[in-house]
Every structure is written in C-alpha cells, then in structure tokens.
Ligand binder design. Sequence first.
Ligand SMILES: [Zn+2]
Length: 86
Amino acid sequence: MATMPTTCTAPACDRGAIARGLCQAHYQRQRRGRSLDEPIRPPGDGQQIVVRCRRGLVERLRTRADAAGLSLSATVRLALEMWLDL
Ligand SMILES: [Zn+2]
C-alpha cells in the first residue's frame, strides 16, 4: 500500500502535501500544466496559518480591512500583533 507523503515532493518545497504528493500551490501548478521547478514565492520569514472564525467576526475584520485599505490577512496579522503586544 502506497502512503501519501506528508510534505510536498516538488523541488525545494517543504509545504504540507494535500494531493498527489504535492502542496496546494504545486498541485494547482501541475493541474495547469506549469513547471514545478520555480519557487512559489520568496520564502520570507513568515509561516502560513489558517484560522476559522464565525461569520460576524470575519465581517467585522473585513470592514476594518476595507477602512484601512489592508487585506484581510494583513488585518488579522495586525490584530494579533496588537493583542499580543508584538
Ligand atoms: Zn510544494
């Protein structure tokens, strides 16, 4: 029985595998017939997390994001940094 790799098998990628041994980004690339060799994006020092929130909170965050001209993820990042005093 074959086991699914837990990390992406594309070159120099350490994201978690979600399908056919590839991460979300590389899986989409493969489906679109694009090269898996180019890096997805510059590595930076961040790590992606996924947060599930109730709808009302998302709407409030989106309102704040729109008012500040920020993306939703930038707004969540800012809120966390303010809350944790980072
Ligand atoms: Zn990958």
